[in-house]
Design a protein around this ligand. Structure first.
Ligand code: NAD
Ligand code: ZN
Length: 284
């Protein structure tokens, strides 16, 4: 195991399911302008052509081009409030109406009409081409499945359903009446998203399967994640440890950049994926 990967593993395994400030990560100064975008796209197409088992780890950034705001980065909800406070289970338990009003209601209205963008479609195309096997997503928006990917691990659960906090009855989110906040079950219990809030455990099956997929792949595409939410951000570390290439697509650097990832293609997921697919199609 590379010493740095060992450092990441030890440090972050001890902090599973906790949020780690970016400042904890070691960074190495580098000049992202040293390599041109054309060269990086070509490199990614070459790497994908050579790969036999590609896995993608995606985050909120891949859905921004579908009109869904991320937490961090430009246009993120962070600019309005602290998502780690609002999207925390303690905040929901303390005041469900507040969290519904500040976060869940908007998300429901946005997701009711959102559709996949070129980033999601690019990953679906990679599956169709026989390259990509699994998408591990931190997103709860269901857009990878809508784009056509068939093996999607929803690491943080799904927003497609709401669950009664008293009797566990589930309701399809698009059919939930939100004229009264918080919405309630027929038993009177409060409805909550069937997704993972900060401070809650990752579903065991998702955790186990993701770790397995990360360890088995020979190339991991890390698309649109700030890589600061644990334990999701460990997946590229597992991939790297097992000898896989790790390629990031993000308009901004992340704690993984050049420490765990082999290279970062600095751009929007949709545009970059389109270019990569074009380059790959011309090779095979
Ligand atoms: P994040 O909000 O912490 O970070 C978003 C990242 O995406 C940033 O690094 C940003 O630079 C990058 N980004 C922005 N626009 C992009 C684009 N067009 N193409 C590629 N990258 C782009 O996201 P996270 O790392 O996923 O962590 C936030 C948590 O909140 C996750 O658990 C996630 O599930 C949840 N969340 C989900 C959604 C969703 O389901 N769509 C939306 C908001 C937050
Ligand atoms: Zn109920």
């Amino acid at each position: 195991m590379r010493p740095l990967a060992f450092f990441f593993k030890k440090k972050y395994e001890a902090l599973l399911n906790r949020i780690i400030p970016t400042s904890y990560y070691p960074t190495r100064p580098f000049n992202l302008n040293e390599v041109s975008m054309d060269d990086l796209i070509k490199q990614a197409a070459d790497d994908l052509a050579a790969a036999r088992n590609v896995v993608a780890l995606t985050g909120a950034g891949i859905s921004t081009e579908s009109g869904i705001p991320p937490f961090r980065g430009k246009g993120g909800l962070w600019e309005k409030f602290d998502p780690m406070e609002i999207a925390h289970i303690d905040a929901f338990m303390r005041d469900p109406a507040r969290v519904w009003n500040l976060l869940v209601k908007d998300l429901k209205e946005t997701l009711d009409t959102a559709s996949p963008n070129d980033g999601h479609k690019g990953l679906a195309k990679l599956e169709e081409m026989g390259k990509l096997t699994t998408v591990i997503t931190q997103n709860i928006d269901g857009l990878h499945q809508a784009a056509g990917n068939t093996d999607v691990i929803e690491f943080h659960g799904s927003f497609a359903w709401q669950r009664c906090m008293d009797c566990s009855q589930k309701y399809e989110t698009s059919k939930v009446d939100i004229s009264e906040i918080p919405p309630r079950c027929s038993c009177g219990g409060i409805l909550r998203p069937d997704a993972v809030f900060f401070g809650e455990m990752i579903p065991q099956d998702a955790m186990w399967r993701s770790r397995q997929a990360a360890s088995d792949c020979d190339l991991m595409l890390v698309v649109g994640t700030s890589a600061v939410v644990q334990p999701a951000a460990l997946m590229p570390v597992y991939a790297k440890e097992s000898g896989a290439k790790v390629v990031e697509i993000n308009p901004e650097k992340t704690p993984l950049t050049l420490e765990i990832s082999d290279y970062l293609i600095m751009g929007k997921a949709g545009e970059v994926m389109n270019r990569i697919i074009l380059a790959l199609e011309s090779k095979i």
